[in-house]
Design a binder for this molecule. Structure first.
Ligand code: ADP
Length: 433
């Protein structure tokens, strides 16, 4: 907020200073005659008094009188001048010839000096000296105080705006993280009230649309399971009969397809369940090395290539961490399964617990993931179009489910490059205060 305040303040101050410098100059230039007349009117009495003093005294005493007047009028300066020595412009000469005073304007349109004719030869000139230092300082301190008042005003004005904008920003971030119930709740009286209202309506619509989509996915997946189970059961019955070898093989192929479909339906159900905000994750204190061991154990059983080596590096200041064991185990199993599919022969699991949270990463020495695909692989059904991927099977839902499972716990899951040469998947879970 302070950066915006500073910018706004600088713009205001620069504009104010420029305006205060330029606008009076322009106005004085445009209305010079009026300013001159005004100053003449204001000083007419004083001029007349001074001129009268000279006219009453004999000419020999004029220089003495000038000294006397200078002393009386100090700090104003009184000078007795010969007209031809005083270097007046022709227009000024004409004014003096008509018995009128000649005035010169200074800053803010105030007179700097005024000359009044005494007779054909002499003029008396009254000069107003520049302001003394202390008056100048007072004037500048007044400007500084005006600047400070302006800053205070801007701060008072900006604070509620800033608070509401921050609220809008955090709501947008929460919505982006999947908390679809989040709203700005900025009152209509706020200056960004109408914008916030439009934003909240948009959030309502998005929530409704996503809920409809999730419910549809859920319903379709549920509905699909029943006929699939019936088909599986029917095929198992058909296979129990005496069949020619070719028919048996065809039926076995169909069973494999049905199992694959069933797996997809199960994955879809998990995905839509994780999108349900009502399903809050449970939190359990787990002993980290035991937890990692149990996850590795379940993946070890499925390892098709016995040459793959899995290392574990634990760097934990504390033994226990509070997490949802079911969701976290599912994520780690998924990452480890992917690593076993795509690695060459090495996988490394690292765990680090800091004051803010727990970081778990799974490294492999495989083909890795191109930089521009590291976010896209978390989209549902997204698979990299590589010959290796087609061979590994899968629906492209595993990482999407894993990321949702981490986000449901307030954590993150990102893909990076591994120091082993392949991919690194990094899970981060925040500590619960
Ligand atoms: P799938 O179930 O098809 O593997 P995932 O969502 O788990 O789907 O993964 C999406 C895509 O991410 C995969 O098709 C694969 O291309 C890529 N991927 C996942 N893990 C790795 C890895 N460890 N190394 C290289 N590519 C990976």
């Amino acid at each position: 907020m302070f950066r915006v305040l500073l910018r706004l303040y600088l713009i205001t101050i620069v504009t104010y200073s420029a305006a205060i410098f330029l606008i009076p100059k322009l106005v004085i230039q445009l209305f010079e005659h009026r300013y001159m007349d005004y100053n003449v009117e204001q000083s007419r009495g004083m001029q007349k008094l001074i001129v009268k003093q000279y006219l009453r005294a004999p000419v020999e005493r004029w220089s003495q009188l000038t000294e006397q007047l200078s002393a009386d009028f100090a700090p104003l300066k009184v000078q007795l001048l010969l007209r031809q020595d005083a270097s007046y412009t022709p227009a000024e000469e004409q004014l003096l010839a008509h018995g009128k005073p000649v005035i010169r304007l200074g800053e803010w349109g105030w007179m700097e000096d005024i000359s009044s004719p005494i007779n054909e030869q002499f003029v008396v000139k009254l000069t107003i000296p520049p302001d003394p230092l202390d008056m100048n300082l007072l004037y500048w301190s007044m400007n500084v105080l005006i600047g400070a008042a302006l800053l205070a005003c801007l701060l008072v004005w900006l604070r509620p705006h800033w608070r509401d904008l921050e609220r809008l920003k955090s709501t947008a971030a929460q919505l982006g993280r999947g908390n679809l119930a989040e709203r700005t709740r900025i009152p209509a009286s706020s200056n960004i009230g109408s914008l916030a209202a439009v934003f909240d309506t948009m959030a309502d619509d998005v929530e409704q649309l996503l809920n409809q989509q999730r419910d549809l996915l859920n319903a379709v997946s549920h509905e699909l399971r029943t006929p699939l189970t019936r088909l599986d059961f029917g095929l198992a019955l058909a296979l129990s009969d005496d069949l020619p070898q070719a028919s048996r093989e065809r039926l076995q192929g169909l069973v494999a397809h049905i199992r694959e479909l069933d797996e997809l339906v199960l994955e879809l159900l998990s995905y839509s369940r994780l999108q349900n905000p009502a399903q809050s994750p449970e939190r359990v204190d787990v002993v980290l090395d035991e937890f990692i061991d149990s996850v590795l154990g379940s993946v070890d059983d499925e390892l098709e290539n016995p040459e793959i080596v899995i290392d574990v590096a634990l760097d934990c200041a504390v033994e226990r961490f509070n997490l949802d064991p079911r969701l976290t185990a599912r994520v780690l199993q998924n990452l480890l399964r992917n690593a076993t599919r795509y690695c060459d022969k090495r996988i490394q699991v690292g765990v680090r617990v800091g004051p803010d949270g727990c970081e778990i990463w799974v490294d492999d020495d495989g083909i890795g993931i191109p930089l521009d695909q590291r976010e896209r692989i978390f989209e549902p059904f997204y698979r990299l179009d590589r010959s290796r991927d087609r061979a590994t099977g899968g629906f492209g839902l595993g990482l999407a489910i894993s990321r949702r499972a981490m986000e449901a716990q307030g954590g993150t899951l990102v893909a990076q490059a591994s120091p082993l040469g392949g991919a690194r998947f990094c899970v981060w879970l925040p500590s619960i205060a």
